[in-house]
Design a protein around this ligand. Structure first.
Ligand code: HMG
Ligand code: MG
Length: 303
């Protein structure tokens, strides 16, 4: 068996990526409770907020309320999306530990998601990156549509490498390579990750996989094989992107934790508490959790 990492960092993105696409407004109290339950499970990094235009993504309009109400677990990084200086100022005021600039490897998606070209987005991010450094905040770069785009189709690994380089030059501490629409397969994942790792240190590269085609766990395993040790996932498999029609949620955190447990890879996270958090938010949303492992473990408890 390939030499897999002995431990990985799981970034819980459910409260942001997971909930941003929900049609019905989820009250700030519910989001706060979800974040608190997740920090109680031991996550070292939770994506809790997005300071974006409420006209574009109404569900994230309560981000400041959530950031103000959560109980901060010492050592946990609470991240917020910040597409521009307006977003940065709001994230700073909300005491985010990490700000996330989010670009795309696809020109077409960049226009739809953030209303500008890739080059324009990088220019906008410069101010955010400088301000983050100045205020001692961590900076993450997120690269959407790294494996395929709902508008332009194929995306070349070279386009991903180009944005990784630009994000690196902006001073990102961490960069995630995102399969926004969940179309990647295992070999392709390895090709893109290996290409990205030629531009940025591999231990600060993350895999952000959506599960639209049911390939996300396979892609995580494929990424482990090439040495990626940071993964994004969403409790109960919540999610979808408002600018990627038909894309389903991120890979469910419970499923990733179950995989890691089986592989003997340390995460520092209590799966039982995550299962509870997944049942909590699914009950609130009035639907069954999308996590196979989460549902199986919850059913086992009641049988
Ligand atoms: P724009 O319309 O080009 O911006 O949007 P603008 O600068 O022309 O401003 C227009 C209006 O927006 C103004 O308000 C601004 O104040 C307001 P008005 O004067 O009309 O009342 N505005 C803001 N309000 C709050 N917070 C801000 C902000 N900035 C401007 N930060 C913008 C450009 C980027 C703001 C817009 O396109 C936007 O907010 N897009 C949101 C995109 C988004 O959140 N997408 C989902 C997250 S990305 C994702 O999910 C992918 C990821 O998970 C990885 C993956 O899977 O790929 C990360
Ligand atoms: Mg996403």
């Amino acid at each position: 068996m390939a030499n897999l990492p002995k431990q990985v960092k799981i970034v819980e993105v459910g409260p942001r990526d997971g909930l941003q696409n929900e049609k019905e407004s989820v009250p700030a109290e519910i989001k706060t409770e979800l974040v608190n339950r997740l920090s109680g499970a031991g996550f070292r990094n939770i994506e809790a907020a997005a300071f974006v235009s409420p006209k574009w993504v109404p569900q994230m309009a309560t981000s400041a309320d959530v950031m103000a109400a959560i109980v901060r677990r010492p050592g946990t990084i609470y991240s917020a999306l910040t597409p521009n200086m307006q977003g940065f100022d709001a994230a700073l005021a909300a005491r985010a530990d990490e700000v996330v600039i989010f670009g795309s490897a696809s020109e077409a998606f960049s226009q739809k998601n953030i209303n500008c070209s890739i080059a324009e987005s990088i220019a906008r991010f410069e101010g955010v990156a400088q301000a983050a450094k100045q205020h001692g905040l961590r900076l993450r770069g997120s690269i959407s549509c790294a494996f395929g785009c709902p508008y332009q189709g194929d995306v070349a690994p070279e386009s991903v490498a180009d944005v990784v380089r630009r994000m690196r030059d902006l001073g990102c501490d961490e960069i995630d390579i995102a399969d926004t629409i969940g179309v990647a397969t295992a070999r392709q994942t390895q090709t893109v990750m290996e290409r990205a790792a030629r531009e940025f240190q591999i231990d600060a590269l993350a895999g952000h996989f959506h599960d639209t085609y049911g390939q996300a766990l396979a892609n995580i395993y494929a990424s482990l094989e090439v040495g990626i040790s940071i993964y994004h996932s969403s409790v109960a498999g919540l999610g979808g992107c408002p600018y990627a029609k038909g894309a389903t949620g991120n890979i469910a955190t419970e499923d990733v934790l179950y995989l890691m447990q089986g592989l003997g890879i340390e995460t520092g996270i209590d799966l039982d508490i995550v299962v509870d958090a997944g049942q909590f938010i699914s009950q609130f949303l009035g639907r069954k959790s999308a996590s196979r492992a989460g549902n199986a473990l919850a059913a086992k408890r009641t049988s």
